[in-house]
Design a protein around this ligand. Sequence first.
Ligand SMILES: NC(=O)c1ccc[n+]([C@@H]2O[C@H](COP(=O)([O-])OP(=O)(O)OC[C@H]3O[C@@H](n4cnc5c(N)ncnc54)[C@H](OP(=O)(O)O)[C@@H]3O)[C@@H](O)[C@H]2O)c1
Length: 224
Amino acid sequence: MTNKPVISILGGTGAQGSALALRWVNAGYSVVIGSRNAQKAAKACEEISRQVEKANISHDNYAAAADKGEVVVLCVPYASQRETVESVREALEGKILIDATVPLVPPKVARVQLPEGGSAVAAIQAMLGDSVKVVSAFQNVAAHVLSELSSPVECDVLVCGNDVDARETVIKLAGDIGMRAIHAGPIGNSAAAEALTSILISINSRYKVSGAGVRITRLDTDKK
Ligand SMILES: NC(=O)c1ccc[n+]([C@@H]2O[C@H](COP(=O)([O-])OP(=O)(O)OC[C@H]3O[C@@H](n4cnc5c(N)ncnc54)[C@H](OP(=O)(O)O)[C@@H]3O)[C@@H](O)[C@H]2O)c1
């Protein structure tokens, strides 16, 4: 893989996908917005180009975007997670799929309600098999925090996946857009990151803040 792989974001017109696209384009990555609606996607590209000089951004439908990406990112609502992955399955072979899905069940989004089996992202790894390296990340960072390009993103990113090298790649991708990302174990551990989002939503509400995040302590002090 190249030092700066082409990143395709399925759902890149949405809140989380467009914010990640903005950050990666700003960091010099080439990003393809995957969308079901070309007009909407063109608008998302325009918005990013307005904020980033010489933005390397384009758009395509989900299948073509997944095909073009060296790394593919999934940022669609939980209800459409599985069908979206199924629709691009062939294009994912041999690649890293970063899945940011949180299985929220509206209206009680501040309550942890994980799906049967525990993790929405682990279910996608089980569906795809080992030929696709699914990595769970970005569940605990709010879109509006990511989209404020002039402000640093002050939280850690928990990175779960069965393939350590794939996790390492995602840790670098997160680091390049200003976040400390941390190995958080195999894909099944994604359940904890997915659950944590409801806890953060609950904290936002109780403390009247927006975009609360997590920090892992002592990583830099305990080295022997
Ligand atoms: N928002 C956050 O702060 C945040 C934070 C952490 C994680 N997440 C997770 O990131 C994912 C995206 O969240 P979001 O807030 O960005 O969602 P969103 O803005 O509602 O939607 C994202 C995009 O998904 C596509 N989409 C919507 N319905 C679809 C369907 N039925 N089939 C296929 N694609 C569909 C749409 O793109 P097109 O219409 O262009 O195809 C839409 O722009 C979710 O799983 C969420 O849990 C969000």
